[in-house]
Design a protein around this ligand. Structure first.
Ligand code: CA
Length: 536
């Protein structure tokens, strides 16, 4: 069965005018009502001067020219001209403040009350030889270079049609297609990012340690550079027997330029023959009951609106706290969407070293953007602005709440693999596809994605649970959205109730008892590598 959308099918709540203010010191609030509110509407002691669209901001008091505009108790901008109470506060009325300097930040100053452990929650997962746990049982075919993508795709279609029906315990066969591998400055310092990303994706828990590589032969990214000896955990007696042997004997590579290949079909047959061996071993695996602490959840948002930080992201943040209490791992990411809240993050770091790693990642990204002659303000989209988000400061404050309130116990750089549990900051671009790809490399086995404008985003490699910020989106996209957090804005549910709903849904999806809508429809976005290094 698909994830529940029953609440999204109910009619919208009665249309009493409703403004949502995030903090008592804020001088703006957003319009909650579907369709917005008309000029002349009386609400909270104000009379609206303008027609204000849903999710957009209303001035709660007169704001003088140059005065602060506050939301989330943070200055999201200064008024370019005087804004009378009841006016629509859109992005053209705001001047964005500069980014917070990266020196003099509060370091590990917040000591949250320790939360009681959450015990007794489990799911049914696939235990791997390296100790990780998969939520799906997938044969992934790694590629060293884009040149082989067409051949691999052809072979995968045949594997699905001819082999997969004989291996009912295997969920899918996925080609890990990408555009890297040749025509790139592979010795540039930053090339380490795409290379380790590809390596670590091949080792994602959902692939059962069955690494299989298709190579062209002449490419810059040679198989042994992609997966050097020792990078692949031992998965069975066959590999144990190979210990001490050469890298080639432990790494399963089909090389298309190999002399033995005569004609296209011989290449395809080689891939099918090798795939069959891996499918046999994957098919022999069974789900077993494991603690919820084995979840590795990547959270991100895309197509955000001003409700993201009011409904879906706070519910995800509540669920993040539950997961951390259960001993699980949660990654939050998206550098440009946390940059303006850096002081909140460094203060929540468990140690000065974690805070320093956070600052190091922010500084690296500032320099990366600077090299392209832009800054963090390049993040916001026309849809974000139409959805009421005036600038990146406002967007960041709504985005950061996905991280909940737990201490931040680790930081990983783009493409690195997680080595610890708890709440971890995985530095990635905010681009949905790149963020998802890097979280896969980090080892996520479940993905949570919030959206206000709406995106059908999905990945072939891991289940994606999508959370709608607005009831209107959940209703219209009832067969794409898995959770409706719009019920928080209408007052039907609390943040805690939606957070718990998401937590329970995660255990169901992780266990394979429920499919997400993206899985049901097989909506699969491309893997997109983050390559800050030059191409040649
Ligand atoms: Ca994103």
């Amino acid at each position: 069965m698909n994830a529940s959308t029953e609440h999204s099918l109910t009619a919208p709540a009665a249309a009493a005018p409703l403004l949502i203010r995030m903090h008592p010191r804020d001088n703006v609030a957003i319009v909650a009502n579907d369709g917005g509110l008309a000029a002349g509407t009386a609400v909270d002691g104000l009379v609206l001067v303008d027609k204000v669209p849903q999710a957009h901001k209303v001035a709660l008091a007169d704001i003088a020219e140059g005065a602060e505009v506050r939301r989330y108790d943070v200055v999201i901008g200064r008024a370019i001209k005087a804004i009378p109470a009841g006016s629509w506060v859109h992005e053209r009325l705001l001047k964005m403040p500069p980014a917070r300097e990266l020196d003099g930040l509060p370091i590990a100053t917040v000591r949250p009350e320790p939360q009681p452990p959450l015990e007794g929650y489990t799911f049914e997962g696939y235990r791997n030889a390296d100790g990780s746990v998969g939520t799906r049982n997938i044969l992934a075919i790694t590629q060293t270079v884009q040149c082989v993508a067409g051949v691999t795709d052809f072979a995968v279609r045949r594997i699905k049609a001819e082999l997969l029906p004989r291996f009912p315990n295997v969920d899918d066969v996925v080609a890990l297609e990408h555009t890297y591998g040749c025509g790139v400055a592979i010795d540039a310092p930053d090339a380490v990012i795409p290379i380790r990303t590809l390596r670590n994706i091949s080792l994602n828990p959902n692939f059962g340690g069955e690494v299989m590589v298709v190579s062209l032969g002449c490419e810059k990214l040679q198989p042994e550079r992609l997966l050097p000896p020792g990078s692949i955990p031992l998965v069975d007696e066959r590999n144990v027997a190979d210990v001490g042997a050469s890298a080639e004997s432990t790494l399963d590579v089909v090389c298309l330029q190999d002399d033995a290949h005569v004609g296209f079909m011989s290449m395809v047959d080689s891939i099918l023959r090798q795939a069959e061996e891996h499918l046999e071993r994957l098919n022999a695996r069974r789900r077993e009951t494991v603690p919820a602490s084995e979840l590795v959840v990547g959270v991100q948002c895309g197509g955000s609106d001003a409700f993201s930080g009011v409904t879906a992201n706070p519910a995800v943040g509540f669920c993040t706290d539950l997961l951390v209490r259960a001993g699980a791992t949660v990654m939050f990411s998206e550098v440009t969407e946390v940059r303006d809240g850096i002081d909140q993050l460094t203060s929540r770091a468990t140690t000065p070293e974690v805070a320093a790693a956070m600052i190091r990642e922010m500084a690296w990204y500032d320099a990366y953007l600077d090299k392209g002659r832009v800054d963090r303000s390049a993040n916001t989209t026309p849809g974000n602005k139409k959805g009421g988000l005036s600038n990146i400061v406002e967007k960041a404050m709504g985005s950061i709440v996905k991280s909940g309130s737990a201490p931040i116990s680790g930081v990983i750089a783009p493409g690195e693999k997680l080595t610890q549990k708890g709440l971890v900051y995985a530095a990635t671009p905010a681009s949905d596809f790149i963020c998802g790809t890097l979280q896969l490399a980090a080892g996520m086995n479940l993905h949570v994605f919030t959206t206000g404008r709406g995106t059908p985003y999905g990945l072939a490699e891991v289940p994606v649970i999508k959370v709608a910020t607005r009831a209107d989106l959940a209703r219209r996209w009832h067969d794409l959205m898995d959770v409706n957090a719009g019920t928080i804005a209408t007052g039907e549910k609390t943040i805690a109730e939606v957070g718990w709903e998401l937590f329970h849904l995660m255990l169901e999806v992780a266990s394979g008892r429920r499919k997400t809508w993206a899985e049901h429809w097989k909506l699969h976005n491309a893997l997109v590598l983050f390559n800050p290094a030059p191409v040649t």
